[in-house]
Unconditional design. Structure first.
Ligand code: MG
Length: 352
């Protein structure tokens, strides 16, 4: 028996019957020999961490445009907070921590530069629109590993593809077609919302965009007066309610769900879609729009030749722009649009 097989056997003994077991995965698109040590979902998690797209998350906006302060979240620290919350819930419920972790770590790989604003811009540029969760799946299926894809298991791909339905999507209680097939995937989704609502409030207060006192007070009364209390309350509620429902799906109680949705609506109004708070984001439109034009004018210079040949210009340009970090987009825009000064003043000149 290999070490992996021993671990798979341990999962069978210790996980809840409703858990997704590594040994029972629906498998990979291209069959391959499994690892001697790591069960399938753990291996998928490792594959995601080793991608370039994962490393780029550190320079992608969560909410604030290229923040100068060291304490603002980036897309990477958001991802880590989601993963931590998802694992906490999965562990208590005796579900598969590695599966929910793999989904959490992969869920935002396809995010554009400049956060929500960047996604809106790209959606207006790309014929047929753009969604970060579809791009996340495209990254793991097609683009990473030098265009071989990561060949992840069905369960991880399903969780990544169905983690988000935008600002009106339900964190729990969605119809079976709208939600992840595994409970672990549903946990990653609810953990995403628990994480971003709370850390974005924290960052928005740090930035002076909102005050703690401006939060909807009914929601604060239910969830707590600071992010730590609120996350604790939300996680506990998810755990208790899901247990009550015998782990058939992830659930929350009515008042806690309502309070979380109230905070999310508040954040959309006060921060994500607020013209004052997102004034800097109007620049995302100019930058991404300008880059979209330039890279399409000379595709052979910028875009992936394999994608150009097989899927065409729009798709190749979408991949390039969506993959950029904030600073990469700004730098390339400067290079392509801002003329360099003819003469640089050297130190010698200045001394004359
Ligand atoms: Mg997310």
């Amino acid at each position: 028996m290999t070490i992996r097989e021993q671990l798979e056997a341990r999962e069978r003994q210790t996980l809840a019957p409703q858990a997704a077991r590594s040994g029972d995965t629906r498998g990979r698109v291209r069959p391959e020999t499994e690892d001697p040590v790591r069960p399938a979902f753990q291996r998928d998690r490792d594959r995601i961490i080793h991608t370039k797209a994962f490393r780029r998350l550190k320079h992608k906006t969560q909410v604030f445009f290229s923040p100068q302060g060291d304490h603002y979240r980036t897309r990477l620290t958001h991802t880590l907070e989601v993963s931590q919350i998802a694992r906490t819930i999965a562990k208590v419920l005796r579900l598969n921590e590695e599966l929910t972790e793999a989904i959490a770590l992969g869920h935002d790989l396809g995010h554009t530069p400049f956060g929500h604003a960047g996604e809106r811009v790209l959606s207006s540029l790309v014929p047929g629109g753009f969604n970060h969760y579809e791009q996340s799946l495209r990254i793991v299926d097609v683009l990473e590993h030098d265009h071989e894809g990561l060949n992840l298991t069905w369960e991880v791909r399903d969780g990544i593809a169905r983690h988000s339905k935008g600002k009106n999507g339900l964190p729990v209680g969605a119809s079976p077609e709208q939600r992840a097939s595994t409970v672990e995937g549903q946990i990653a989704r609810v953990a995403d919302i628990v994480a971003y609502v709370n850390h974005d409030i924290d960052d928005a207060i740090r930035a002076g965009v909102i005050q703690e006192s401006s939060l909807p007070q009914d929601a604060v009364a239910v969830l707590g007066g600071n992010p730590s209390e609120r996350i604790g309350r939300l996680v506990t509620d998810v755990v208790e309610q899901t247990l009550t429902g015998d782990l058939s799906e992830v659930r929350m109680s009515g008042d806690v769900l309502e309070a979380m949705l109230a905070l999310r609506s508040f954040m959309f109004e006060a921060v994500y879609e607020n013209p004052v708070a997102t004034a800097e984001f109007s620049k995302a439109h100019g930058i991404l729009g300008g880059l979209w034009e330039k890279v399409r004018a000379t595709p052979e210079r910028f875009l992936d030749p394999r994608t150009l040949a097989t899927e065409g210009l729009d798709r190749a340009a979408q991949d390039f722009l969506a993959g950029m970090t904030d600073r990469y987009a700004v730098n390339l825009f400067e290079q392509l649009y801002i003329p360099k000064p003819w003469v640089t003043v050297s130190d010698d000149d200045r001394m004359l």
